[in-house]
Design a protein. Structure first.
Lengths: 451, 345
């Protein structure tokens, strides 16, 4: 095991949280494979937090990988690019895993596609310098992040350039790369850290340059010693520090990661910016390096296909817009006892009703759970045991919030700080009464009248 | 419709759609928590069996049976599924039985159990909805209604030959608490610890209560904050009293702790139902606060009321009333101890 060298004040962990079974072994040793180009991809025009993009292509227009497909004038948005060589189809509608219907442009694959080796080399290969990055001005890096359509690849998909953009009122001192991947099962970030640490380090240095941060940290949980080693080796000679955190869910939630590494508490309702930190996912950092150094937009990403319900779990480099069915079929298909197909991990992911849903920039994995995995004991009344209180990383009282939401008692919900809930699901995971606590709270947050 | 789909695609699995999280800790269920309480009660049951023999098991049988039956009848009337598999009625019955004297008349135990379930739990809406600890509601009801049969005098009704246990001279003598209150009699510490003394079935052996209680706290089925609060309050208050006595009347460290001739701090903690109440009654999750801070305040309150009742009232022991009193302020404690979310000042 690698020794933990903690930077000031971080204790390497946070209060509360849970320890679900990790099950990372299913896909942890499967090297990243390139998904053969599907016959068609369906590219949603909203894959991020923010404004929906408008299509910039006409039906039957020929497209090449990386060509601009859609863009928006809005501040919080990110352009979208063609992910395969082919022909655009009629704009239609795609339903994302979270249930949102968004416009989407299908692209039918042309005959001429890059080979798997070329594609892998194009995304991760070549030289990733760690010095001489001064030639890139901060504005230039931010612009490249915007033009490349970069969004957070950890799941929330917040446009990256907005985070990196210089804010004179909120100086940034630390860039924190999030390699925790605390969701059980998922191994996409892990495989990237192990196989391609160099672009991650370069991306981290570029991000630090963009917001003139003095310190660059990479946070990794202690269940990934191999990733810690490869990152440390790749970071040799640079100022990048790898910080090892305790394995605990939700260690990768950005508020928890910041607390565990730096000992700083993000104010309620605030952003990491408020404590001088920008948090970006390791995959996003690699994409940033590619966008700045090579001018290549975000067209592909690594997706982990895993779970006991999948024949051959693996980690795939897939074009944005490929359907979940393509990924699952490539991995040998579903086993007969597969019960739930989840976009993302089992704690915060969304179940899919239709496997023809497209992969987006924020898709970190597909987890297929079996009947056995999803069996739950019957629901009883709340016995007020307080286990949810002991599990909540935000220090809330989930049972009260859930019951207030069920009864639509918004005054009570506010009194118990419903808006502070990050919906990590620790409460529902531990509840002995099998109450759908976070589900009720999520519903309450959505239904509560806005002020 | 579903069958048709199955015929068309025989190999395609049926996919569930559900909101996350999709994993749950299946080792932790309400039933498992109740089972933990039963396991935690095992040492107490063993002690009761050693000291009270078949009379203990008669009470267990009567109370548990009546509780389960009442629960079943009430559920049938309410047209709800019968919740016996959650074991909560068994726990209520056992706790009630353990808080009764061995010679409690059967009709009293039956009434106490029925009241515990019906008035203590079901009328509030069943498991999780009650305000007061059901077993203590049942016990308070019979204690006030049948004072002669199971109140303090009941423990001293039979003197002389012990019908239950030939090892001990008398099983039915004044409890340590009654003896202290009425005649200043002091029970030796060792007897309080092991349990070869008089009292309710479950309370005589402090050692058994400690063993079972530790198990519950380690399993986190009982929150340690509650017994810690109870014991701390009792120790502080009785230390103050002993300190005052030592200052005014003299007496060494042994007096302070409590030994042969003097009822000291340790006697106060080991004697009576304090430990049984602290570990098994006050820790009922339903009727105690939600947050660790609230639980500690609750425990302190129980301890303070126990000492008040012991020292200032006509009752020799006050665990039952202390728990019921604090149960009534639990909602208030919950309101005072809403934790501050991460990131707020």
């Amino acid at each position: 095991m690698t020794r933990t060298v903690l930077t000031p004040a971080g204790r390497g962990t946070f209060a509360h949280g849970v320890h679900p079974p990790e099950r990372k072994n299913l896909a942890a040793d499967a090297a990243i494979e390139v998904l053969p180009t599907p016959t068609q991809v369906k590219i949603p025009l909203l894959q991020h937090v923010g404004a929906t993009c408008e299509s910039k292509v006409k039906s039957k227009q020929e497209l090449a990988i990386g060509e601009l497909l859609a863009d928006s004038e809005a501040f919080i948005s990110a352009p979208i690019h063609a992910s395969i060589n082919g022909v655009a189809g009629m704009q239609s509608v795609a339903t994302l895993p979270n249930g949102r219907h968004v416009p989407a442009v299908p692209v039918a694959a042309g005959e001429n596609q890059p080979s798997a080796e070329d594609l892998f080399k194009d995304v991760f290969g070549g030289d990733w310098p760690t010095s001489g990055l001064e030639q890139y001005a901060p504005e230039q890096i931010v612009q490249a992040a915007r033009d490349g359509g970069l969004v957070g690849q950890g799941g929330a998909a917040f446009p990256t350039y907005v985070k990196l953009k210089h804010n004179p009122e909120k100086p940034i001192d630390t860039i924190l790369l999030n390699g925790c991947e605390c969701e059980p099962y998922l191994t996409a970030d892990y495989r990237m850290m192990v196989e391609t640490p160099s672009p991650i380090i370069t991306g981290a240095l570029l991000a630090a340059r963009a917001c003139s941060a003095k310190r660059v940290l990479i946070a990794v949980e202690d269940n990934k010693p191999l990733a810690v080693d490869t990152l440390r080796r790749a970071a040799r000679g640079t100022d990048v520090q790898v910080v090892v955190l305790k394995t605990k869910y939700p260690q990768g939630g950005e508020k928890q990661t910041i607390l565990a590494t730096l000992g700083r508490t993000v104010p309620a309702g605030g952003l990491p910016l408020d404590v001088g930190v920008v948090v970006i996912n390791v995959g996003t950092a690699a994409a940033l390096a590619r966008a700045v150094l090579r001018g290549k937009p975000l067209t592909h990403r690594v997706v982990c296909v895993t779970g006991a319900g999948i024949e051959r779990p693996g980690n795939l480099l897939v074009p944005i817009g490929a359907s979940y069915r393509d990924l699952i079929d490539y991995c040998g298909g579903l086993k007969p006892d597969a019960a739930r197909v989840i976009a993302g991990g089992p704690m915060m992911g969304f179940t899919l009703g239709d496997l023809d849903t497209p992969v987006t920039k924020g898709t970190s994995g597909v987890t297929v759970l079996t009947e056995r995995d999803v069996q739950r004991p019957g629901e009883t009344n709340c016995v007020r045991c307080g286990r949810c209180v002991d599990a909540c990383p935000m220090n809330l009282v989930p049972t009260r919030l859930a019951l207030a939401s069920r009864g639509k008692d918004w005054d009570l919900a506010k009194k118990y700080h419903i808006t502070s809930c990050v919906e990590c699901g620790c409460c529902a995971y531990v509840c002995p009464a099998s109450l759908p606590l976070v589900q009720l709270i999520r519903m309450g947050k959505a239904q509560m009248p806005k002020e | 419709m579903a069958e048709e789909a199955k015929n068309n695609e025989p190999s395609a699995p049926v996919l569930h759609v559900a909101p996350g999280p999709h994993l749950q800790d299946v080792n932790l269920t309400t039933r498992r928590m109740m089972l933990d309480v039963l396991i935690g009660l095992a040492p107490v049951i063993v002690a009761a069996t050693i000291f009270f023999r078949q009379y203990a098991w008669l009470q267990f049988g009567v109370c548990v049976g009546t509780c389960c039956l009442s629960e079943a009848i009430c559920s049938a009337i309410r047209r709800k599924p019968i919740p016996l598999p959650d074991l909560s009625a068994v726990v209520t019955g056992l706790i009630l039985a353990l808080s009764l004297p061995w010679n409690s008349p059967i009709y009293v135990s039956v009434i106490g159990s029925a009241v515990a379930i019906v008035l203590g739990k079901v009328i509030f809406g069943g498991l999780g909805q009650n305000i007061f600890n059901p077993a203590m509601v049942g016990r308070a009801f019979v204690m006030l209604s049948f004072a002669a049969a199971i109140g303090a005098p009941a423990y001293v009704l039979h003197t002389g030959e012990n019908p239950a246990n030939p090892i001990m001279d008398v099983v039915s003598g004044a409890t340590p608490m009654t003896a202290l209150k009425e005649s200043g009699g002091v029970t030796p510490l060792l007897a309080l610890l092991l349990g070869n003394t008089y009292g309710s079935l479950g309370e005589t052996s402090a050692l058994a209560c400690l063993l079972g209680g530790m198990y519950l706290c380690i399993r986190r089925t009982a929150s340690w904050e509650i017994p810690a609060g109870v014991i701390l309050a009792a120790v502080v208050i009785s230390s103050a009293i002993e300190g005052y006595l030592a200052a005014t009347q003299g007496g060494g460290l042994l007096n302070f702790i409590g030994n042969g001739g003097h009822w000291g701090v340790l006697s106060e903690v080991l004697g009576g139902a304090l430990l049984f109440g602290a570990f098994f009654i006050a820790t009922d999750p339903v009727t105690s606060p939600l947050t660790p801070k609230g639980k500690f305040i609750f425990g302190l309150g129980v301890g303070i009321f126990i000492m008040f009742i012991r020292k200032l009232s006509v009752y020799p022991e006050g665990v039952m009333f202390a728990v019921l009193l604090m149960n009534s302020v639990t909602p208030l404690i919950n309101r005072w101890t809403v934790p501050k979310p991460l990131g707020t000042k």
